[in-house]
Design a binder for this molecule. Structure first.
Ligand code: KG4
Ligand code: ZN
Length: 350
């Protein structure tokens, strides 16, 4: 997607960037200072969707409208920052839910207009893949990124800031989506990834075994829909009122997904000859995935980086950081027209 951009000349490279994330059901705001680092961030996770077992887009948009301003006031207060000191506003312009994105875009652009500062659109997945840069032990370019969220599963070759090459992605369900759907069938509520992981800890392997789709061979794409159907059929034919059976199914399902993710990472590292792996997005909070990769990293001699747990899932800090990198390179948007890109492709975001 081509955004109308123009180049900025900054008198100094010190910027205080407000990041705005509203692509789905988290309202995230953060202040990132290019000299001092992250000053503060706030995340509000919408709970209105729990009763529906999934995100209701219209309710998500309305909740973002309700929460953005109070969250901004809170953020400024905890960061001890006056809004007049904000030097730019970065916001998620896609991919995501169109209404939710629109709310964030209107908020960001209106605020930028009132403050007389530039604004910049950020790709949500670029935010995720740069999230580990917020840590003191940040990865160095080039690296391979495994992005595993509720909407995407991607393997990206990252040569530099803005130089992204998609080398594999899910052909159907995303990994997080599969976690959520199986969690729902097990009665764990929505979103269910973290709850499923907790349940899986009480289970053991060996009682159930599920397929590992597209795991063998050189293919770097993913497919989780067949696995999901297979697990769904097992759930239907099992006595899930028995807590142990439920936990064993969760454990075997999680093992299958992680086996696929880990194997694809190893194949992609071999193929790209890279020795640094970044894992980000909601599913990167999964402890078993982290442990498996950590163990393999030692054996196979590569390094692995993750965002801190609160920045694995959607947040404003990753958007503020990604936006700051665009701005430092002199890139900002020109138009005040509100345009969002629900299906924005990562490689065309820069
Ligand atoms: O990145 P994210 O916050 O939102 C999207 O951009 O989609 O990811 C949310 C996803 C959900 O599907 C959620 O179930 C999953 O991340 N998730 C997990 C865990 N924590 C969150 N999946 C597996 N294990 C976890 N611990
Ligand atoms: Zn996300």
């Amino acid at each position: 997607m081509d955004l109308p951009l123009f180049l900025f000349e900054y008198e100094s490279k010190k910027l205080l960037v407000l990041g705005v994330e509203t692509s789905c059901d988290e309202t995230g705001l953060a202040l990132f200072d290019t000299k001092l680092g992250l000053l503060a961030h706030k995340i509000y996770s919408q709970d209105i969707h729990i009763q529906y077992g999934g995100v209701v887009p219209e309710l998500a948009s309305r909740d973002h409208v309700q929460k953005l301003l109070p969250l901004l006031q809170d953020l400024l207060r905890i960061a001890c920052v006056d809004k007049k000191n904000i030097s730019a506003v970065a916001y998620t312009a896609g991919p995501g839910l169109v209404g939710a994105l629109m709310v964030g875009a209107v908020f960001a652009k209106s605020l930028a207009l009132c403050l007389g500062v530039p604004h910049v659109a950020v790709h949500h997945m670029e935010g995720h893949l740069l999230a580990p840069m917020l840590e003191s032990n940040a990865p160095k370019f080039p690296f391979l990124a495994l992005l595993v969220s509720g909407g995407h599963t991607m393997l990206v070759r990252v040569d530099d800031f803005g130089k992204y090459g998609l080398i594999g992605e899910s052909l159907d369900d995303a990994a997080g989506e599969a976690f959520d759907k199986i969690a729902k069938l097990l009665g764990l509520g929505y979103p269910g990834g973290a709850a499923l992981e907790k349940l899986a800890k009480k289970g053991s392997l060996g009682h159930f075994y599920f397929p590992r789709p597209l795991m063998e061979g050189a293919v770097l794409d993913f497919s989780f829909s067949g696995l999901k159907t297979c697990v769904a059929n097992t759930i239907r034919s099992s006595d899930i009122s028995n807590e142990q059976i439920k936990a064993d199914i969760a454990c075997a399902f999680q093992d299958a997904v992680i086996d696929v993710l880990v194997n694809k990472c190893i194949s992609a590292l071999k193929l790209t000859k890279l020795s640094c792996l970044v894992v980000a997005g909601g599913v990167s909070a999964n402890e078993v995935l982290r442990l498996r990769l950590q163990e393999l990293a030692q054996v196979k001699n590569f390094s692995v980086y993750y965002p801190r747990l609160e920045f694995c899932t959607d947040n404003g800090a990753m958007i503020a950081y990604a936006g700051s990198q665009h701005l430092l390179r002199g890139v900002a948007e020109q138009s005040l027209a509100v345009e969002v890109f629900p299906r924005w492709q990562l490689h065309s975001s820069i």
